[in-house]
Design a protein around this ligand. Structure first.
Ligand code: LLP
Length: 417
């Protein structure tokens, strides 16, 4: 992001030009940021074989997937359709690891028919897999007993989490492997998301390799995603260089003890794409109550759910006037719910300072590349925005704005008899 003549520019194009061309509201992604995040993460590991599986749930737009394919990423998929899209974009099936939660065996079958690798996260599914595919390879997700994350909904390890096979059930895993002659080739864990403290990630690695040491035919260990990004100016970025080095060292030591060089997999989503995305919207209304100064925009939690769902902070700017006197405001959407404001934080609603907003100004909500458009909806029958990827100073439409017809698709209009 740059400021030229007091206006926000993204990837070398002014916000005004972007909105004139593609309309409002609009999601804009900067290609260069995705690539540099990927490279920074990749280069932080050394002395080990690392595979970076992009957690495509963060942003499944095929154009974004292609950027990461070009960079050398592999894929973490959580549904058969995610896996299918990754295949369609050109990822080799063996570079896609499918980890579904609470899924039926037929989703595993779907992936195996397409040669996509699968990862199993419950004893009952492992049993069904054994019955259906005796003698085959398999990898499993364990719950290493600890979790971390930016919100309680986003902690995926520890005794309260629904994910994985709890790490004290290794004996049951052994029994099923033995019963069906299965070969355990990988151990996976993922403790949560939005983590800015390296400590829980390193602890989870230790717990995961402790479980891994109980199995003798492994080829890889996967420690999931969770690498956070700073959303608030007071948050410090994760020191990925240090974390990558520490993970590399611990992993190397484990491999020495294990007696074999294994591959290490990680599954970042947010870290790769989060800071690449900005949501732009237009000011339709300015309103005051005894409590708040509201700025009303042509978007809402239907387009960016994170603040309303998790109290997640996103920095907001007046992209049309990046300098000037600032007033604390609440930026509100056009959805018919009081919670449809973008200023939720873990501490409650906090007004953000914006420089003298006028009708028609463009508002930018920052760092929305991950779990932004991916979690959008058509609530209130408002179509989703268009998406644009900015690359080398040129904008490319990568998803069309939805229309009335898109909203109607699937409704059966004839009355029941
Ligand atoms: N691997 C697995 C198995 C996961 O469940 C996830 C995220 C990831 C990798 C990627 O995590 P990341 O590197 O992006 O932290 N909607 C929430 C985030 C939910 C993440 C779910 N799983 C949010 O907006 O914060």
């Amino acid at each position: 992001m740059e400021i030229i003549n007091k206006i926000m520019w993204l990837g070398g194009i002014s916000v005004e030009d972007l909105m004139e061309e593609y309309g409002s509201p609009l999601y804009v992604y900067e290609d260069e940021i995705i690539r540099s995040q990927y490279r920074q993460l990749y280069e932080s590991f050394s002395g080990i074989t690392i595979q970076i599986h992009y957690a495509m749930k963060a942003n499944p737009n095929p154009a974004i997937l292609k950027v990461l394919l070009e960079e050398g990423a592999w894929i973490d998929a959580v549904s058969p359709m995610e896996a299918q899209l990754a295949l369609d974009v050109g990822f080799p099936p063996e570079h896609i690891l499918f980890t579904g939660n609470n899924i039926p065996l037929r989703e595993i079958e779907y992936c195996l028919e397409r040669k996509v690798s699968i990862n199993i996260e419950s004893l009952s599914l492992l049993e069904q897999y054994g019955q259906a595919y005796p003698g085959e390879n398999v990898s499993i997700r364990i719950n290493p007993g600890i979790g971390s994350g930016h919100h309680a909904h986003c902690i995926t390890g520890g005794p309260k989490s629904k994910f994985g096979i709890y790490h004290d059930q290794l004996e049951q895993i052994h029994q099923i492997l033995h019963k069906y002659n299965l070969v355990l080739t990988g151990i996976h864990s993922h403790i949560g998301t939005g983590i800015l403290d390296p400590k829980p990630m390193l602890e989870a690695l230790e717990m995961t390799v402790a479980s891994a040491s109980q199995f003798s035919n492994l080829q890889f260990i996967d420690i999931g995603g969770g690498f956070g990004i700073p959303y608030h100016p007071t948050q410090s970025p994760l020191k990925v260089e240090d974390l990558g080095q520490q993970i590399s060292n611990s992993f190397q030591q484990f491999c020495e003890k294990y007696g074999k060089k294994l591959d290490l997999k990680i599954e970042p989503g947010r870290f790769l794409v989060g800071s690449s995305g900005t949501m732009l919207a237009t000011v339709n209304n300015i309103k005051k109550t005894p409590e708040y100064h509201f700025i009303g925009i042509d978007s809402g939690f239907n387009h960016l759910l994170r603040p309303a769902l998790y109290g997640a902070y996103h920095r907001i700017c007046n992209a049309s006037r990046m300098e000037g006197d600032e007033v604390p405001v609440i930026v509100a959407g056009n959805i018919c719910e009081t919670g449809d404001v973008f200023n939720h934080t873990p501490e409650g609603l906090v007004a953000q300072p914006l420089s003298s907003v006028q009708l028609g100004d463009r508002i930018a909500i920052m760092d929305v590349g991950a779990y932004g458009m991916a979690m959008s909806s058509q609530y209130n029958l408002r179509p989703r925005p268009a998406e644009v990827l900015v690359k080398q100073g040129r904008a490319h439409l990568i998803r069309k704005r939805e229309t009335y017809d898109d909203l109607m698709r699937g409704f059966v209009m004839s009355n029941p008899e």
